[in-house]
Design a protein around this ligand. Structure first.
Ligand SMILES: Cc1cc2nc3c(=O)[nH]c(=O)nc-3n(C[C@H](O)[C@H](O)[C@H](O)COP(=O)(O)O)c2cc1C
Length: 191
């Protein structure tokens, strides 16, 4: 493992890269961001608020990523992928000579990458033969491959299906689950 991860006795610093084109009308992602935003070790980084014109400050983003031990990509699923601004962010920020192709481990090697996302489709619809045709785990392959390519640790994703159909109590419970995921320490030997 590289020296990019926090020593065992220091809290893990988590950067939540939030990408929602209309956070003001969001039910799930706004609630999730609020649930973890009060955690001391977590910074919620709202891409849409910072870069509505899609012009990304690459150096500033790379500095934030360098400081984090865990990077969470949080977004509503849009066409089986991330919203456009997050794709732009990935393309602009994770560049050759920094994230990879450095001749040594890239800047993010050893850090954790986790996806937190919501879908309109129900869980059962994400299956072979189901309405959406594939399990959601397959939809996550491009993100998982990105983590692997960069030498990152793939964190357990949190996928909330049926975003329009779940109750307020379930939204709150998912917020609690999210807080637990971000505060639970991974033992060194399990990384
Ligand atoms: C442009 C667009 C594309 C979407 N594509 C999908 C999709 O591919 N699969 C799906 O299950 N839901 C899809 N949805 C539904 C959203 O995932 C859902 O509304 C969102 O997760 C709700 O989160 P929020 O309450 O934070 O807005 C799409 C919604 C929009 C606006």
């Amino acid at each position: 493992m590289t020296n990019n991860v926090a020593p065992h006795n220091t809290p893990r610093r988590t950067l939540v890269v939030l990408a929602h084109p209309h956070l003001d009308s969001s039910r799930i992602n706004a609630a999730l961001a609020a649930a973890v935003g009060t955690l001391e070790s977590v910074e919620v980084h709202d891409l849409q608020a910072l870069y509505p014109d899609f012009v990304i400050d690459v150096a500033a983003e790379q500095a934030l990523l360098t400081d984090a031990d865990e990077i969470v990509l949080q977004y509503p699923t849009h066409w089986y992928s991330a919203p456009g601004l997050l794709k732009q962010w990935l393309d602009d920020v994770l560049v050759r000579g920094w994230a990879y192709g450095t001749g040594s481990p890239g800047a993010l090697a050893g850090k954790t990458l986790r996806v937190v996302t919501s879908t309109g489709g129900a869980a059962a619809a994400y299956s072979i033969g189901g309405f959406h045709g594939w399990p959601y785990e397959d939809i996550l392959i491009p993100m998982k491959a990105t983590a692997r390519r960069l030498g990152m640790v793939w964190g357990e994703p949190l996928v909330i299906h049926g975003a329009r159909d779940i109750s307020d109590a379930e939204v709150t419970a998912f917020g609690d689950t999210y807080r637990r995921l971000l505060t639970c320490r991974v033992p060194e030997n399990a990384r």
